[in-house]
Design a binder for this molecule. Structure first.
Ligand code: FUB
Ligand code: ZN
Length: 675
């Protein structure tokens, strides 16, 4: 866009803002600004309340770097591609009569929606006029497509109008999914700007569904859950009970819609949510359904929901989650496998599934204040989610395998035959990562009636208040996740008694805790929140020192794929061996670890490597490469040891893999034979 044109648009936005009774960021009634990533302020069954994104400023450090990459590189570059592939033209051809065919799969409307949501999350941390302007214009183009009934979907047009919102269409057609993402995006945009235009449009579509669909009306189905989360958040935003009821009705499934059992299993919808006993089906659908069901629980307190959620969570983390936090073992159906079915090279682990896992665990945490949910959330965030966006922010993983020979099957790894690609016609993952990184400040803290919870560690400043209104600033200084020291400075507006709950991660073997007044604090049990209750004075400090010693992890033996293999974890990061870091002429496929080297890790911070990482060296063996001349099967030899020579293995964090040339990588490393 030319500069002059931009100026005119800005003026237009400013005038529109003034006529709507607000100037960007300075409305009279600013309640909208203070709603967190999910607004739990009035949720009766939420133990914890969210802190708004704008209240936390993430500084220089691990996530600061990733967020900068997301907002400066990823968001602008993916927007150009969304435009170039015609996904915004899909709206313009309807609103402006642009003479182009509709492009892409049935659910492309969600890509601009999620992109706007990502922008909205970043706008909550500070204005970005260029991005805001594109979002603003796109919202206009979206809203212009809305029909008087409230219906809005660019796919079900022309000959397809007759199919709209029929049970068979809802099963596959994603109208419900598009509305769900529209609601989430519109609410985030409202929370960023106070501008109701997009929110009002999404509400009109939701009103249409609420008016015409329900138990005594036409039947509705979530063919791809996410609408449940959107509707509960709309209820939280507007206070209108109809949206919560509609979410409950959808979560319950409408018995009038009959579908084959496979679809009921695959879509994680259509029967009462509370009848689910196992994590199954399409992983993203399952995660979004569980997130929506937890939202519903947070508002209603229905114990049947909680029992189901707890069972499903246990089933997931104890039998179906990769060590990276990745979810979904099967390519077929992008789905969960059976218990302990966790193949490494063939893992699916779609980035969106891990993001859904973050959303779900965040809600479970809000319901309980229980650190086991934060542990899983952190595992997903640092590893499975973070791997999804390249270090330069312009390439994305759709699937996140835990092992590869470096050769990529074009049919299995998306377009282009590479693991990281700038574009996928099914674009769900890239804007999903962007919105998650945008929302990240909102995941760092929560308030409770008696104080403040510190969930995640990074250089940051909190400027918020306790639930009784006492102003509170908290500053974190740390090199986390590379080192385990965190200094927290707590500054209430005036001296005040409350509890500071600091998270002691489940992965740490030991934690030293000191405060301004106590040289050593007991009780920092791994996998819990340490409650520090006292009268806090401005400037009081808490020093945390987590044991960051790298350690080897074994799988439950039922994961046959990982028999006699170990993985390496340091802090919240899962590590892997990638070919470029290993000694010359030694293939990752022939490397084994010497487990008797306990404690012999050597860590080295390499500011020059992969954006700045701590690598871990460990002693291992390099076997002679197996020969293809040998038969596939042969007699058992008396001596089964493969001969090998000692080498040093060099591990890098999993999230940083595949940022150089295509090469072999593995997370699970065999033990040296005979050890
Ligand atoms: O169906 C919409 C999205 O496309 C799903 O969430 C992803 O798994 C991909 O299939
Ligand atoms: Zn995806």
């Amino acid at each position: 866009m030319k500069r002059g044109a931009r100026g005119l648009v800005s003026l237009g936005i400013l005038l529109a803002g003034l006529s709507a009774g607000y100037v960007y960021g300075q409305a009279n009634d600013q309640a909208w600004r203070d709603q967190g990533i999910v607004n739990l302020n009035k949720s009766p069954y939420a133990k914890l309340h969210s802190v708004p994104v704008h209240a936390v400023t993430i500084g220089d450090g691990f996530w600061g770097q990733r967020r900068k990459t997301a907002v400066e590189k990823s968001i602008p570059s993916i927007w150009q591609l969304i435009e170039a592939h015609g996904y915004v033209d899909n709206f313009r051809r309807l609103s402006k009569g642009k003479n182009v065919p509709r492009k892409g799969p049935v659910f492309t409307d969600t890509d601009p929606y999620k992109w706007i949501e990502a922008v909205a999350m970043f706008l909550q941390s500070g204005d970005r006029p260029e991005l805001r302007m594109i979002a603003e214009q796109t919202i206009d183009e979206i809203v212009a497509v809305q029909e008087p009934s409230g219906y809005l979907d660019t796919y079900f047009q022309g000959d397809r109008v007759k199919d709209r919102l029929l049970p068979a269409t809802l099963d596959y057609g994603h109208e419900d999914y598009s509305l769900g993402h529209m609601l989430q995006s519109a609410i985030a945009y409202y929370r960023a700007t106070g501008d109701r235009k997009f929110l009002d449009a999404a509400t009109r579509f939701a009103d249409y569904i609420a008016r015409d669909f329900g138990p005594d009306k036409k039947p509705f189905l979530a063919g791809h859950p996410v609408i449940e989360m959107g509707l509960v958040e709309l209820y939280r935003t507007t206070g209108d009970q109809r949206y919560l009821d509609l979410a409950g009705y959808i979560l319950n499934g409408d018995p009038r819609i009959e579908r084959p059992p496979y679809r009921v299993m695959y879509t994680f919808s259509g029967i009462p949510f509370t009848e689910r006993t196992h994590m199954q089906g399409h992983a993203v659908r399952a995660m979004y359904a569980c997130s929506g069901a937890t939202d519903y629980y947070l508002e209603t307190g229905d114990p049947k929901y909680w029992r189901t959620l707890e069972n499903l969570w246990q089933d997931t983390v104890n039998t179906k989650m990769y060590i990276t936090g990745g979810l979904g073992a099967r390519w077929e159906g992008e789905a969960f496998g059976d218990a302990y079915e966790l193949p490494n090279a063939r893992s699916y682990a779609e980035t969106c599934a891990a993001i859904g896992g973050v959303m779900w665990n965040w809600r479970m945490l809000a319901a309980t204040g229980d650190a086991r949910f934060t542990d899983v959330l952190e595992r997903m965030l640092y590893n499975a989610v973070n791997a999804g966006m390249s270090l330069d922010g312009k390439l994305y993983c759709y699937v996140n395998p835990l092992e590869t020979s470096g050769k990529v099957d074009p049919d299995r790894h998306g377009s282009g035959g590479t693991i990281r690609n700038p574009w996928y016609d099914v674009l769900c993952c890239p804007p999903n990562i962007e919105r998650t990184l945008g929302a990240l400040p909102g995941y760092m803290y929560s308030t409770s009636p008696d104080g403040l919870y510190v969930h995640l560690y990074d250089n940051s400043r909190l400027d918020w208040h306790l639930q009784d209104g006492t102003g509170l600033k908290v500053e974190q200084k740390t090199g986390y996740p590379w080192d385990g020291n965190v200094e927290i400075t707590v500054s209430p507006a005036t001296e005040k008694e409350f509890t500071l709950y600091v998270r002691i991660p489940g992965w740490t073997k030991g934690t030293k805790v000191r405060t301004t007044t106590q040289a050593s604090l007991e009780g920092g049990k791994p996998g819990s929140y340490l409650a520090i209750r006292r009268s806090w004075k401005p400037g009081d400090k808490v020093q945390l020192e987590f044991d960051m010693t790298a350690r080897l992890i074994a799988s439950n033996p039922k994961v046959q794929e990982n028999a006699r293999k170990v993985a390496l974890q340091r802090g919240p990061l899962i590590y892997c061996l990638e070919q470029p870091d290993q000694p010359e002429n030694v293939s990752v496929a022939d490397m084994a670890i010497s487990p008797d080297q306990k404690g012999r890790f050597r860590t080295e911070h390499r500011a020059d490597l992969l954006g700045g990482i701590t690598v871990v060296h460990y002693q291992g063996l390099a076997y002679e490469p197996a020969s293809a001349q040998e038969p596939l099967y042969g007699a058992v030899q008396p001596e089964t040891k493969r001969s090998g020579r000692e080498v040093e293995l060099t591990f890098i964090p999993y999230y940083a893999w595949a940022n150089r040339q295509a090469s072999a990588m593995r997370v699970w490393i065999p033990y040296a034979q005979g050890e």
